[in-house]
Design a protein around this ligand. Structure first.
Ligand code: ZN
Length: 299
């Protein structure tokens, strides 16, 4: 069995989780939750997105969140990430001095069109422009719907491989394969990761798996045994994709930590610290906490 000593966890609740919460979460509450996550020892945290407030009103305070959290994270190990939908957002993130930006392109034409109103080609043209402007901020290319599309379009693994290659050639520092609608199964995850990692250095790959149909941890387990060491999850199991019909349910960070820790795989993240973040989320955010561990320990 190919289990590593350690994996990296990327906390995405403050972006992926919060973005679909209808009631505006106060900026100071967002910041407090993010600080808890930093204190828990999470190395990578996606803290916001520089998206137009007309599309995602919840992220209208991106600038304030970044300013405050950047100050707090100074001298700590945490690397801060913001999602950017376009060059405009990317330039803002570069200016703010974030460690990483996430740029999303969907492997399904129809989903890319619906999600960001562009063809895949147009998305890559913009990524090329973004990479040209790049400062010290590094780029994560997230390939959405890499395991299946909500509109029935077939997503060939060759396309995923091509997109990943192209991203790396343009200068991306990480490629994240996302199961945007939570449709992947363990056999498929094994097959896709095996094929992709034949062409792409596996150290450059990460996964963003969903638990929509209850297969999140099974898929995570397969991914780690296939050599993936970079896993995204959301504290409290908040979030999903607002543009993919029926999609809900990031894997809860506390559930993922529990699996890794109980198998002897370190994450560097303190479970009690994440519990503190989850209880703050329960208190401050009008969205149900969906996790096994929160139930077991009555968080
Ligand atoms: Zn997600």
């Amino acid at each position: 069995m190919n289990l590593p000593d350690k994996v990296d966890v990327v906390e995405v609740c403050p972006r992926d989780g919060f973005q679909i919460v209808k009631d505006f979460i106060r900026t100071e509450d967002k910041i407090e939750i993010i600080k808890k996550v930093i204190d828990a020892g999470v190395k990578y945290i996606e803290i916001t997105s520089y998206v137009h407030p007309k599309w995602v009103p919840q992220m209208a305070d991106a600038g304030d969140v970044v300013d405050e959290v950047k100050g707090y994270a100074k001298g700590k190990e945490a690397e801060l990430i913001a999602l950017v939908p376009n060059k405009f957002g990317a330039l803002k993130a570069f200016e703010a001095g974030l460690d990483w930006v996430t740029y999303v392109v969907s492997a399904s034409e129809s989903h890319n069109m619906k999600n960001i109103n562009r063809t895949i080609e147009q998305s890559f043209a913009e990524l090329e422009e973004i990479c040209r402007e790049k400062t010290d901020t590094r780029i994560r290319l997230a390939i959405a719907t890499a395991f299946g599309c909500p509109f029935g379009e077939e997503v060939p693994v060759e396309r995923v491989i091509d997109m990943a290659k192209r991203g790396l050639e343009l200068g991306a520092g990480k490629i994240v394969l996302a199961d945007t609608i939570g449709i992947a199964n363990p056999v498929q995850v094994r097959s896709i990761i095996t094929k992709v990692s034949k062409k792409i250095n596996i150290d450059m790959l990460g996964v963003h798996l969903h638990d929509t149909r209850g297969m999140g941890l099974a898929n995570t387990y397969v991914a780690v045994t296939e050599g993936i060491r970079y896993f995204e999850s959301a504290a409290g199991g908040l979030g999903g994709c607002p543009f993919a019909p029926g999609a809900a349910g990031n894997i809860a960070t506390e559930d993922m930590l529990n699996m890794f820790h109980s198998m002897g795989v370190k994450t560097g993240v303190d479970m009690d610290g994440i519990f503190e973040a989850v209880s703050l989320i329960r208190e401050k955010v009008n969205s149900p906490v969906v996790s096994h561990m929160a139930k077991v320990y009555n968080i």
